[in-house]
Ligand binder design. Structure first.
Ligand SMILES: Nc1ncnc2c1ncn2[C@@H]1O[C@H](COP(=O)(O)OP(=O)(O)OP(=O)(O)O)[C@@H](O)[C@H]1O
Ligand SMILES: [Mg+2]
Length: 331
């Protein structure tokens, strides 16, 4: 079985092709980077994607050496994400499915991040730390769905890093730039640390960090270091609280989403996991950020499980959609 997946929730338009032995047959992506100092404007981003989308599909097929006729299904990211961007992916997926009469599967983007790391390491009962631009959640699989055992109540950690970087006049995305600067930081500056039960918040932390930045009292290296230390300690504490509440059922920890590429966060998770006799699983950097394979792999699971696809005319998008609303019958 061979499935093509289309990712188009935000900055990345990606097409990936995977087979049922989890061989990655192709992975082609383009990425829109907004002008310096600007956020991602939905229509500009979509305009960029629409210029390259068909070419990305063609290149993905070429790279796999397959014709469209060899595909058994098409999957696309239904959401959550920017409406104009999602529509481009959905439209191309509809056209492919309709023309070649193959099943069409709508996929939740975050379930894609989770399923990719779970499948690639063949994890049976992981605690997943999902850290990205759109999510910051500690989740585990219970009763047919991925459930939240702690999450941000306001902005995501990706957003925290990106906005702080933007305020500091640094490049987008901010995460990798801040990671580099933080490695040169030497002094910890105390910042707001908000965790309530199993949930947490980052907006107070962002406000204070930006305030200190504008006061100009501290170096950007020390501020980046302190921002990372505070935000990542919060996430790791929330993950440890989740572990405690889930008792001994969890057999591993997985970390995924764009921020999973951060080594400071990874090291903190490894240290905490070690105390509980658990290993931390993380994919190679390029698979933490958005890609078509994360969508294709969920489509593959749906196809293998005999789930019926949606009719092309019903292949709508959902800009807002929680991952814990999605039934996962294949697990
Ligand atoms: N090395 C790094 N350290 C910290 N953050 C990083 C690093 N590399 C990337 N990021 C961050 O990852 C985020 C992007 O992740 P990703 O592409 O998965 O998010 P998204 O797709 O926008 O959100 P979601 O997956 O929730 O819809 C950005 O905020 C970026 O700054
Ligand atoms: Mg993502």
């Amino acid at each position: 079985m061979i499935v093509l997946g289309i990712e188009s929730t935000a900055h990345t338009f990606g097409v990936g092709i995977i087979d049922d032995r989890l061989n990655i047959l192709s992975d082609v992506r383009i990425r829109y980077n907004p002008p310096k100092g600007m956020g991602m404007e939905p229509f500009q981003t979509a305009e960029y994607h629409s210029r390259y989308a068909v070419d990305v599909v063609k290149r993905a097929l070429e790279e796999s050496g397959l014709s469209v006729g060899a595909l058994d299904a098409v999957a696309y990211s239904r959401g959550p994400g920017l409406g104009p961007c999602l529509r481009i992916g959905a439209t191309i997926a509809r056209a492919l499915a309709l023309k070649h009469n193959i099943p069409l599967y709508p996929v939740h983007h975050a379930i894609g991040h989770i399923e990719l790391v779970r499948s690639m390491f063949n994890l049976s009962n992981p605690l997943v730390v999902l850290v990205s631009g759109g999510h910051t959640t500690i989740t585990a699989f219970r009763d047919g769905r991925w459930r939240s055992y702690g999450e941000t109540l306001d902005i995501t950690v990706g957003n925290l890093l990106d906005v702080f970087a933007r305020e500091a006049g640094l490049d987008f995305p901010g995460g990798p730039v801040i990671e580099r600067l933080a490695s040169k930081g030497v002094r910890y500056i105390e910042l707001p640390y908000n965790i309530k039960g199993s949930n947490f918040q980052f907006s107070g932390l962002l406000t204070r960090a930006v305030q200190l930045l504008n006061e100009g009292r501290y170096s950007i290296e020390d501020l980046s270091y302190s921002l990372q230390e505070t935000a990542f300690s919060i996430i790791v504490e929330a993950a440890e609280r989740a572990l405690a509440s889930l008792k001994d059922d969890i057999d591993s920890i997985a970390v995924t989403g764009g921020v999973a590429s951060n080594n400071t966060l990874h090291n903190k998770l490894v240290e905490m996991a070690g105390l509980h006799g658990l290993r931390v699983y993380r994919l190679e950097k390029k698979w933490n950020s958005d890609n078509g394979i994360q969508i294709a792999i969920v489509g593959l699971r749906m196809l293998e499980h005999g789930i019926q696809g949606v009719k092309p005319e019903e292949a709508y998008i959902l800009q807002r959609w929680r991952f814990d609303e999605v039934d996962i019958p294949w697990m």
